[in-house]
Structure formats: C-alpha cells, structure tokens
Design a protein around this ligand. Structure first.
Ligand code: SAH
Ligand code: MG
Length: 194
C-alpha cells in the first residue's frame, strides 16, 4: 500500500469537487483543538476523511467519531483512515446523522454536512456536548452568497442561503452558547456552551 500524504487528499478533493475544509479553516479548527486540549470530537460530514484525519493528527490521544451518509464516499474515507493508520482513533459511521442515536459525550462537535439541516444537527447533538464544550460549524459564508444577494439567482441556492442565514440568527439568539463568527475559509462559527 502506498503511504498517502495529506496533500494527496487535498488534490483528490480538488479533482473530484469534494468540498473539504479550506486550508485556513482547517488550520484554525486544529488550533482550537490544540489550545482547548480537546480529546473527543464528533464530526457530522466525513466526506473523504480529510478533516477527521487532520483533527486526529493534532495529538495522538485525540479520538474522532465521524458520520457520513453517502456510502460511496464513506468507503473512500475508510480506506484513507486506514492508510493514515488512524483506524483505532477515528470511528467512522455510515449513517444519516439525523437517524442515529449517539450516547457518547464530546469536547467538540464539528458540523460540516447538509447546510439545510444545520439547526437540526445543532439541536440534536447538543446533548452530546460536554460542559464548556465547543460546536464549530463550517460554510456559513457559502462562497460569499450569504452576504451578497446579487450573486444568487438559482432558486435552490436562494433557499439554502436563507437556511444558512436562519442558522446564523439561531446561533446569535441562542442563550446557552456564546458564538463568534470568523470569516476564515468558507465562514466558520465557534459556539461555546455556557
Ligand atoms: N468535513 C469534510 C467535508 C464534508 S463535506 C472535510 O472537511 O474534509 C459534507 C459531507 O456531509 C458530504 O460527504 C455529505 O455526504 C455529508 N452529509 C450531508 N448530510 C449528511 C447527513 N445528514 N448525515 C451524514 N452525512 C451527511
Ligand atoms: Mg465544509
């Protein structure tokens, strides 16, 4: 088996139009993990396993549980995780995140799946977050569309943009969390549970 490098996953994602986290976004997320001594992570939306591998690589005592509903891409992620020798620290589940019940508790939850379901993910997995835990969400800018109406004409895109704006409002009004928005990568929010 050829040992892959992280750059190989970045190239693969680019060539196949897989929306993995942008470089500054993932570096920012890894910094949060390091600075807050995060040990247990739940990720919604694995894709090819890029961000899960990056997060697990911050420290060798970090454990990641990651959920991916698409079987095809799930299979690729499984292979990548094996290739990076992280099978014992990354638990990957092939399910729709909204259909499963997870009992474990996590220090950090990373939401990076279907944008139309962000509020549902947040509400569903809130119970899985440890005290003082952090929820990070990706793609709140949606390629800049969320902040600029003139760029959107397609009806589905408009609907998605509306959903993301609703999610942003939801975070701002959520009194159980203190949320900060960062214009890094494709727009990242960090919500700290009070
Ligand atoms: N976090 C990855 C990128 C994830 S892309 C990285 O940065 O490397 C988003 C993924 O979420 C897609 O592969 C999609 O199939 C998956 N997804 C979307 N909705 C989902 C759901 N409800 N449950 C599980 N996976 C979902
Ligand atoms: Mg993303």
């Amino acid at each position: 088996m050829v040992q892959l490098r992280i750059e190989n996953l970045e190239e693969y994602a680019k060539d196949n139009n897989i929306p993995i986290m942008q470089k500054d976004g993932i570096e920012f997320l890894c910094k949060i993990i390091k600075e807050n001594n995060i040990k247990n992570i739940l990720e919604i939306g694995t894709a090819i396993g890029y961000s899960a591998i990056k997060m697990a690589s911050v420290n060798n005592d970090i454990k990641v549980t990651t959920i991916e509903r698409n079987k095809q891409i799930f299979d690729i992620a499984v292979k990548n995780i094996e290739n990076f020798n992280l099978k014992n620290r990354i638990n990957i589940i092939n399910e729709d995140a909204l259909d499963i019940d997870i009992k474990d508790k996590f220090d950090l939850i990373f939401i990076d799946a279907a944008k139309s379901q962000y509020i549902k993910f947040f509400l569903k997995f809130d119970k899985n977050l440890n005290k003082n835990g952090i929820i990070v969400t990706d793609n709140l800018s949606f390629h800049g569309l969320v902040y600029d109406d003139s760029k959107t004409n397609n009806r589905n895109t408009k609907q998605l943009v509306r959903k993301i704006r609703n999610y942003i409002e939801f975070l701002k009004n959520n009194e159980n969390y203190e949320t900060t928005f960062y214009s890094l990568g494709d727009g990242v929010s960090v919500s700290i549970k009070k």
